[in-house]
Structures are given as C-alpha cells and as structure tokens.
Design a protein around this ligand. Structure first.
Ligand code: GLN
Length: 542
C-alpha cells in the first residue's frame, strides 16, 4: 500500500492515427494496475462532440449509452471503467464539448465575463481544465486519468490538446501524457510500419505537447529494433514504448500492460513509489475461468441493433461475467427482432437455451420481440427481458394469456384500448428530449419468496433506470391472478420494477438495467442466475 497520501497526478490518454484503437480499455487497464498497487484512480472521458451527452444519440452513431448511479447518460467507455475498477462513476466522469460550451455560454449570459470577449482560448480551455481538475479536488484520488475522445489532429479535439498543454505547464510532473497509436503490419512487405506513429507524435508536438509514453497498438509483437526506432523518432525512451498487441479478450489487457510495465512508466514519470506490487490474483483467477470454460451454452440476444456489438456492450459484457462465474462460455446468437416471424422462430432459436430481449425505443422490431417472448414462455426457455424487453413480455402476456388482443404500449400505439405500458405520470408534461427520462439509481423492494428475492438474497435492492414508460398498475391484479406477478416495486412510487412468471422455470422481466452494474469483481446476480438456468435447460434437453 502507498504510505502517504499524495497530491493528485493527472494522466492524459490521447489517440492518434485512427479511432477504435482501444483508448478506453488502455485507460481502464492502467487504472486497474494502479488500483492493484493500492493507489486510488478514477477515469474521465472527454468527448469532442457538440451533443450535451450521448443520450440523444442513436446507438448506430456512438454505441450504447451508459447510465451512471447519479443518472448521467454517458459514453460506453464509462462502462469499461466501472467493469474494470468496480468503482461507480458519475456525471463528472464524462464531459462533452456541448457541455463545456453550454457552461461557458451560461456564464456569459450571467455576466461572469462582463467586458471580455469570450473565446476558445482561454474561456473554453479554462472550462476544460476546470472539468479535469474537478476530479482531482481535495486530492481525493492519487490519479485522475483523462481520456480524450477522437483522434489528435481532428479540428474538434484541438481545444482539449491545448488544455493538456497548459496543464502540463502549470502542473509539471504531476502530468503524464500517454499517446495511443497504431503500428500497422503490411503483409506484402512483411513489415511493421512506424511512420504513422511518427506523424501522429509530430502532430502532438506541433500543438506543443510531447507525449511521455507511447502505447502502440499492433497485430504483431514489436521487436527491440522497432521500439528503438519509435523512441528515437518520437523523443521518448525505448522503455516508454509500450506494445499493445491484439488479444482475444479485453480483460487480458491489464495483464499485458503489466508485462509491458505501463504502470511502472507512469509511476516513474510522476515520481510515485513503485514499491507496492500489483495484486491481481482475483483478476487472474477470472481470466483463468474465462479461458477454460467447462461447457458452452447458447443464448439469443434479440434486439434491433444486432449488427453493431457496441450497441449492447454492457449486456454482452454482463453475459461474459456471468458465463465466467458459471465456468461456461456463453455462445451469443444475435437475432434481429425485425427478422423474427412466427414461421421462422423455431429455426432462428434452434439450440438456444436462454433468450434475452434487449432494451430499446420505438415501434421497429416490436412484434418480433413479442414473438420471441411467446416462444420462450410457451417452450419454458429461460427468459430475461430488460426494460423494453420487460415491457414486451407484459404485452405478450396480455395478448396471449389474458386475451387482450390489442394490448400494447402507448409508446407504439397511443390509442390502444389496453395500455398495458403507459407513459409515467411525471413524464406527461415533459417535451424536451435530452436528459429527461427516469434516469439513474432507484430503490426496489423484492417480494419475499419470489425468484428474484432468492437470486438477490435480500429484500432491498437498487438498480439503474432509463425509461419514460412503465407498467400500468391498473392491470396488475388481472396479471397476478393469471400467473404473472410483480416481484419488485419501487417503495415510494409503487412503480412495477420486476415481473416474473412463478410457474415458468425462469421468466423474469426487469424495468431497470442490471447490465450497468455487472463488473469483473461482482458479476450481476440476475445474469449469473439466468446463465445458470440456461445451462440447466441445456442439460435437460440433452
Ligand atoms: N422505450 C421504453 C421506455 O422509454 C423502454 C426504454 C428502454 O428499454 N431503455 O420506457
């Protein structure tokens, strides 16, 4: 354990050459290594787009929108931070250019800058610096890692790089810049190429920032010659050229970074003690289980963004955590809800031992989701419905068990005669779309003897939300009389948070998003139990 509390150090992670090099995973892995040495670290993502937050973005644009405890709609990288560190993040961990400008413009209108011309430098850069330093206030963390979204050289990222330049000047060796670049392999020449890295570092230098550490993403190992060459051209020591080789699991990256001594380089450059060795036994144990599954189980994920794995990132990761904890590989079958019909469902779901219906918004693909749920209910296949998935499960039940054939959600059919799912009372007067849903953590009380009560092992839970519509309590009695019960409710508002069918082996719909809370250290009990039920179903069918 580090002995004395030190002043906060700031680590900036920038990216060059291309996007998608995995800055989020590198940041999370570095934080994990520092945490494993007993340091406290938090990670922040600065996104250079104008949206105030990604809540209004289509998942095709930016992947999943990740929701924090305090109800912030944030970038999916925050999900990685939480999954790796097992520490909750908050609104302060994700800032966009839109939010920066909004704050500066509000200050201007208030008169905070009276007499001054408000400009990118210093006003916008000051606001950026303020957001970075906010996390370091009171030296609460030993390290604040700030990941800058986008690629260096983009017009949008310029004010961020400028803010880094200024902070380095102000804070000296309390700052370290880690630059992530690509070292491509040209198969025709059978060679790794360093030129893109050289150019990318030159771009940083033009802006007045010399990276301290280069993390080089590569598909082939970097030999000493290549490392020396990069070091020579880019003004860093060879030890500060870190190889980041492609790997089959993001969870191996902290171990790879430990081998490459990324954490040691950071500690050295910030004058922090490296006496405490990283304790990663639990993590290694997780990797061991992940890589040596004893069985495989096929689970279908039904949604409408299945072409894009990032759209359901937290669900997919939660299933990996749950599989690992069951010593099982989850073979995920992504099924596009728009492709599902009564005639092909049997084929599409062949060999599937669990069906998860995803969250979502709008009409598209709803009937396919309902058909998949019918199939799960009647064939007694384990079913987990999340948010819209839970809402569809109640619509399916109303139509096919309660014979309310026109039952629907008013989100899809505003004048349905049977609004099983309806807009929440306090949502009715809201017209603005940004940040106005029921968001973040809410309490839920579980019904004794229910399946979820047994799964969670307690009565009071708290889970994160992101929705406007809700189960219509007028229908609860008739649902419960006919076999679908509400096993979780919000204690203050009585809103239904969980529906389950006790007579079914495993049929649970949740209005909240358990996937936001599953981490490597704490796989979520609902997912763990769902995968366990899928394994049992699979065993029963063999
Ligand atoms: N569209 C539904 C609602 O707003 C479900 C939202 C979700 O799945 N996140 O209530």
């Amino acid at each position: 354990m580090p002995e004395v509390k030190s002043v906060t150090k700031y680590i900036f992670v920038t990216g060059g050459v291309t996007s998608s090099l995995g800055k989020g995973i590198i940041s999370a892995s570095l934080a994990k290594l520092l945490q494993a040495r007993g340091y406290t670290a938090t990670i922040q993502k600065l996104d250079p787009y104008i949206n105030i937050d990604p809540g209004t973005l289509n998942p095709y644009e930016h992947g999943e929108c990740y929701v924090t405890e305090d109800g912030a709609e944030t970038d999916l990288d925050l999900g990685h931070y939480e999954r790796f560190l097992n520490v909750p993040t908050s609104q302060a961990n994700n800032v966009t250019t839109g939010r920066i400008y909004q704050s500066v413009i509000e200050k201007e209108r208030r008169g905070d800058y009276l007499g001054e011309t408000v400009q990118v430098i210093p006003h916008i850069t000051d606001e950026i610096k303020h957001c970075i330093k906010l996390l370091g206030e009171d030296n609460k963390y030993d390290f604040v890692i700030t990941e800058i979204g986008g690629t260096v050289g983009d017009i949008e990222s310029l004010p961020y790089v400028e803010a880094i330049r200024q902070l380095r000047w102000e804070l000296g060796n309390r700052c370290v810049v880690v630059h992530l670049t690509l070292v491509p392999y040209l198969s025709a020449a059978k060679e790794l190429k360093t030129k893109p890295t050289q150019h990318s570092v030159k771009t940083m230098q033009e802006y007045g920032v010399q990276p301290d550490i280069l993390v080089c993403r590569t598909e082939k190992p970097l030999n000493e010659g290549i490392k020396n060459k990069i070091a020579l051209f880019c003004n860093v020591s060879p030890a500060a050229v870190i190889e980041s080789i492609d790997t089959d699991s993001i969870y191996r990256v902290p171990l790879l970074m430990r081998e490459e001594k990324l954490d040691l380089q950071v500690l050295k450059k910030t004058n922090m003690s490296a006496n405490c060795l990283p304790e990663l036994e639990k993590w290694e144990e997780f990797i061991e289980r992940l890589q040596n599954p004893e069985r495989t189980v096929k689970i279908a994920l039904v949604g409408k963004y299945v072409e894009l794995m990032d759209a359901y990132k937290s669900i997919i990761e939660s299933l990996i955590h749950a599989g690992t904890s069951n010593r099982c590989k989850v073979d995920l079958k992504m099924i596009h809800s728009e492709h599902i019909e009564k005639g092909n469902i049997e084929n599409l779901l062949e060999g599937v031992s669990g069906i998860l219906v995803a969250p979502g918004f709008g009409e598209r693909g709803i009937e396919g989701k309902i058909t998949a749920i019918s199939y799960a209910r009647i064939r007694r296949i384990p079913f987990l419905g999340i948010c819209l998935g839970m809402q569809c499960a109640t619509i399916e039940f109303a139509r096919n068990v309660l014979s309310l054939s026109k039952a629907h959600s008013t989100e899809m059919l505003p004048d349905t005669p049977h609004p099983i799912i309806d807009i929440m009372e306090e949502q009715k007067k809201i017209n603005l779309k940004g940040g106005t849903m029921r968001l973040g953590a809410y309490a839920c009380n579980l019904k004794e003897d229910s399946k979820v009560y047994k799964i969670y092992g307690k009565e009071k839970i708290s889970e994160r939300h992101r929705h406007r519509y809700e189960f219509n309590n007028k229908y609860l009695e008739i649902f419960e009389k006919n076999g679908m019960i509400s096993s979780g409710k919000n204690p203050e508002t009585n809103l239904v948070e969980i529906m389950e069918i006790p007579a079914h082996p495993w049929f649970v719909g949740v209005q909240f998003h358990p996937e936001y809370k599953s981490t490597v250290a704490r796989p979520h009990p609902l997912f763990v139990n769902f995968v366990k039920a899928a394994i049992e179903f699979n065993n029963g069918n063999n």
